[in-house]
Design a binder for this molecule. Sequence first.
Ligand SMILES: [Zn+2]
Length: 242
Amino acid sequence: MNRLYVRLYGNLNQLVEQKYQTSFVYTFLLDTTLKDVIESIGIPHTEIGLILLDNKSVGWKTKVRDKARVSFFPLFYSFDVSKISKVYVKLPKLKFICDVHLGKLAKYLRIMGFDCLYENNYKDEEIIKIGTSERRIILTMDRGILKNSKVKYGALIRSKNLRDQLRELDERFNIGKNKKLLSRCILCNKKLKPTTRKKATKKFAYLNDKFYSGFFYCSHCDKIYYKGSHYKKMLDYLENLF
Ligand SMILES: [Zn+2]
């Protein structure tokens, strides 16, 4: 058996069993790549931002040698490793596709104005196909989806709690800064268009009240959006979150 000395940095340690935390010895036969190594202990390749093999930056297809030392670092866009990393994936335009368990997160991403696809009956293969062809960041708690080598953009959601999920995404993609409330329909994910008080009032008479302002509508489902108390509440919620 060959031996590889592996070290994990930062939040990668939260994704593995205790015996793999910080550093461990990985035994292998021939023809093992770094992707095989990291995924066999449960971490999808999408979570890695830099790999050093005997202190040299290397890519995913690099085969490992006996007695080599390898370090895996998490992916962070707030810290630029693009010039040295061979596995770094440039941040694409912020548009997402959520897996079937992340309906609530998808809703909040739309509230924040992000293009986010979600269906409660998506199959894993469908998510991978759409994510790849439309260059969408796949958001999922399912590590199997992200281990698929076709997946280029993805983020493993660690928490089950919505607030923490939003914070995870903010840490990784800076969504708090890039948000644009009242720009996308929560129901259909389509972009909203501005409309007048007069037109909005035709649908809901109470919107005539001067208390309401800023009217938008979705040309797909006809839903009216406006700046009322729920808008201010949501703004406060998001301001306190990030
Ligand atoms: Zn709509």
